[in-house]
Every structure is written in structure tokens, then in C-alpha cells.
Design a protein around this ligand. Structure first.
Ligand SMILES: Cc1cc2nc3c(=O)[nH]c(=O)nc-3n(C[C@H](O)[C@H](O)[C@H](O)COP(=O)(O)O)c2cc1C
Length: 409
């Protein structure tokens, strides 16, 4: 299977280490650090925490490291701790992080741009996710005056002039992102934030050109996409993250998600990052291992292959076996892992070691190479692991690793 995945070439590797392109951007491997809000910026400026967080993920071997949702305006933030890209100070702070990733690792770094919409003006995650601030709330906005939940504000219904202003904010943030040196830009059209809330019929009840049919609900997200694409360098890819189902009757479902993906593909998107839900508070998600992958699978096989758009699976994917199986089965081109990277920033390096692989597509930083083998467990009772020479079948890649000894009956 690995040889087949390598296109019949001798270049046999675990599929996750086969190189991949998103648009013209070549990645060393197929692992993405999924965007994760750290709620730790000050006035939207990412600081040392972000440098260490994203820097360590880049040193940990993933092909692409994504920032958290970076907000296009102060009122477009989710919480006062969210990062932004609407001032020169923020741009310089992001540049420092991008430069670190580029000079110290083989990883590429992408920025996720978004606007919180009706889910803004809320607390830091660990102080009450989606709960309004105790003080200092700002006015939130959306396609229609429907609050996210009974405790959230009724959003201001955006006028066409407001939409034009927000589009300009996305455009300016994209220009800053290009100057900061990001390799890829993802538009956050998922999870009930502003662009997502235009897509869903549950949150968009407009009767003008920006609501109603799917074509109407897509209008604003596509306008923003086109505006960003026009200023984002042509040789750098754009992806969009969508919620492929609202997990709620009357909301977006898998069929509509395919049409949303098609619309972005026709506007020139290079990759679709397939998440789900978080659009309405009454959702009934069916959580489980790799639970969002069926949506990525459909989009890859109905849209991705036809338009040459890379499809990213995400959601409760945590083992290298799951990643390799998803890739081999053609269900996605790449996998994004979130919480697994919080558990282990070196997830990719460790996945390589555990698969006995040390070839192309993964490289321990020189500074860490001395630690590239799994240490002995330190157990004093029972069987001890043994060091064995493993031959991978790839010339020049035989190496040693620790193997548990068979337990005696
Ligand atoms: C702490 C945390 C913050 C997150 N912030 C974002 C975000 O800023 N943008 C986004 O699109 N998804 C965000 N997510 C969702 C993740 O990107 C990912 O889709 C989700 O955690 C499911 O993947 P996992 O099971 O591998 O963690 C966040 C998740 C976590 C755990």
C-alpha cells in the first residue's frame, strides 16, 4: 500500500511523510497543527507565549503550523485575549514568529484570518467559553439579529456599508499577513463566526441579496474570499475552513457542504479544511474517533480531485495509524491535529520514531537529535525493552529503536 501511495516509485514511506502541495506550496509532510486560539494576546498582539507555542510546534516536525484565528479588527475578536492583525505592532509581532519558524525549522506557517461575528465579546476559554464578558462588552454583529444563546447579545444586523467595511478589514489584514511572511492564508468560514454565520440558514435569515438561497448565503463569504485573494500573493495558497454540518435540523448538511466547497473551488481556493458545527448552541454533534472525516471524504472525492483542491481532515484524529489510514483510503490529502499537539508538540517526530522511519519528510532539529530515540521506560520489574536494528526496506534508513520484549507467559 505504501508503495502504491508513493505512485509505484521506490520512495516508500509512511503515507503521512509523502510530500504534498497546497496550491504551489510544497509541504514536507501531511501533518498540520490545527488552528488553536490561545486567548493569550494583549491588545491583539501575539507575545512570547505565541512564539514558544507555535515555535515548538514547528520544531516538532509538522509540515504546516497554523496560527489561531487571527482577527481582522478589535471588535472582530472573540475575547480580549484573541490575537489580531490590524495594527503595525501586531504585524511586527507576527513577523517575529514567522521568521523563527522559517529560520529554525522545515515547517511552513499559515495564518487563519477571521471575524468573531455574533460569537464575539466573550470570555477567555477557561473563564467561560461563549459567555459574555463581565464588563467591557462591545457590540457584536451578524447577518441577522439572532443571539448565539439566551445569554449572548442580540447582534447588530449588518448593512451593506458595514459589509464593505469588514471586507476592507479582511483585505488589509491579508496585506499585513503577506508582509509578515506567512506561507498560506486560511479564511475562517466555520464554527459560527461571522463568515460561517452568513453560510448557515439557521443564522442567516436575511431577505436581501446576502441571504436566502445558498447562492445568497455564499455571497458575502465569497466577496471576502475574492477581496483577500486579490491582494494575497498569487503564488501563495489560500484555504477555507468550513463547518460541513451544523448538526441541527434545517442547517447545513453534507450535501450543502459539497456545494459550498464547489463554490470556493470555482473561486480559486487551493484547499478546504473540513470541520463541523459550533454554529448554533442547540447542535447535537455525533462525536467519536475521526468523526468529521466522512465530510472531508465526500468533499475530497466530489470536489477536491476534480478541481485540484487539497482537502484537510480534522477532528479527533490522534494516532499515526489513523492518519495513514485516512490518507491511504483517499479520504483526505492532509490531516490537521489540534489537541494531540497540545499533548505532544513533537507529535510528528514521535510518530516517525514509532514507525521506525527517519527518512525524507521528517527531520529532528540538530539541537534535539541526541534525543531522537525513545528512552528506556525505567521499569525495573518485568521484561525490559531491547534495542534492535530495524531495517525499513528503504536504502540507507536502517536505524535502531527500542522494542518491547515479548512478555513471558
Ligand atoms: C484550545 C483550542 C482552540 C481552538 N481554536 C481554534 C481556532 O482559533 N480556529 C479554528 O478554526 N479552530 C480552533 N479550534 C479547533 C481545532 O482547530 C480543531 O478543529 C479541533 O480541536 C478538533 O481537532 P482535534 O480533535 O485534533 O483537537 C480550537 C481547538 C482547541 C482545542
Amino acid at each position: 500500500m505504501d508503495r502504491w501511495f508513493a505512485g509505484g516509485r521506490d520512495d516508500v514511506r509512511p503515507p503521512m511523510f509523502q510530500p504534498v502541495r497546497i496550491g504551489q506550496l510544497e509541504l514536507a509532510n501531511r501533518i498540520i497543527v490545527s488552528p488553536m486560539d490561545m486567548y493569550s494576546a494583549r491588545d491583539g498582539v501575539p507575545g512570547d507565549f505565541h512564539l514558544v507555542h507555535l515555535g515548538s510546534k514547528a520544531l516538532g516536525g509538522a509540515g504546516l503550523v497554523m496560527t489561531e484565528m487571527v482577527c481582522v479588527s478589535g471588535t472582530g475578536r472573540i475575547s480580549p485575549g484573541c490575537a489580531g492583525l490590524y495594527t503595525g505592532e501586531q504585524e511586527a509581532a507576527w513577523r517575529r514568529i514567522v521568521d523563527f519558524v522559517h529560520t529554525r525549522s522545515d515547517a511552513r506557517i499559515g495564518i487563519q484570518l477571521g471575524h468573531s461575528g455574533r460569537k464575539g465579546s466573550t470570555r477567555l476559554m477557561w473563564e467561560g467559553i461563549d459567555q459574555p464578558l463581565e464588563q467591557g462588552n462591545w457590540e457584536v454583529c451578524g447577518p441577522s439579529p439572532l443571539p448565539y444563546s439566551a445569554v449572548n447579545q442580540v447582534p447588530k444586523e449588518l448593512t451593506e456599508a458595514d459589509l464593505a467595511q469588514i471586507t476592507a478589514q479582511f483585505r488589509h489584514a491579508a496585506q499585513r499577513a503577506a508582509r509578515a511572511g506567512f506561507d498560506l492564508l486560511e479564511l475562517h468560514c466555520a464554527h459560527g463566526y461571522l463568515l460561517s454565520s452568513f453560510l448557515s440558514p439557521l443564522t442567516n435569515k436575511r431577505t436581501d441579496a446576502y441571504g436566502g438561497s445558498l447562492e445568497g448565503r455564499l455571497r458575502f463569504p465569497l466577496e471576502v474570499f475574492d477581496a483577500v485573494r486579490a491582494v494575497w500573493p498569487a503564488d501563495r495558497p489560500m484555504t477555507v475552513r468550513i463547518s460541513a454540518t451544523d448538526w441541527h435540523d434545517g442547517g447545513i448538511d453534507a450535501d450543502e457542504a459539497v456545494e459550498i466547497a464547489r463554490a470556493f473551488a470555482e473561486h480559486g481556493v487551493d484547499g478546504i479544511d473540513v470541520s463541523t458545527g459550533q454554529v448554533v448552541s442547540g447542535e447535537r454533534p455525533a462525536f467519536g474517533r475521526s468523526y468529521q472525516t466522512p465530510y472531508a471524504d465526500r468533499i475530497r472525492n466530489e470536489i477536491g480531485r476534480k478541481y485540484g483542491v487539497a482537502v484537510i481532515a480534522v477532528g479527533a484524529i490522534s494516532s499515526y495509524d489513523d492518519v495513514n489510514s485516512i490518507l491511504l483510503a483517499g479520504r483526505a490529502d492532509l490531516c490537521a491535529l489540534g489537541r494531540a499537539h497540545l499533548y505532544d508538540p513533537q507529535w510528528t517526530l514521535h510518530a516517525a520514531a514509532e514507525q521506525g522511519y527517519s527518512g525524507a519528510g521528517v527531520r529532528w532539529p540538530d539541537q534535539f537529535a541526541a534525543g531522537s530515540r525513545k528512552p528506556q521506560t525505567g521499569r525495573t520489574d518485568g521484561p525490559r525493552p531491547r534495542l534492535e536494528l530495524i531495517r525499513t526496506g528503504v536504502p540507507g534508513t536502517a536505524h535502531a529503536r527500542w522494542r518491547p520484549t515479548q512478555a513471558r507467559p
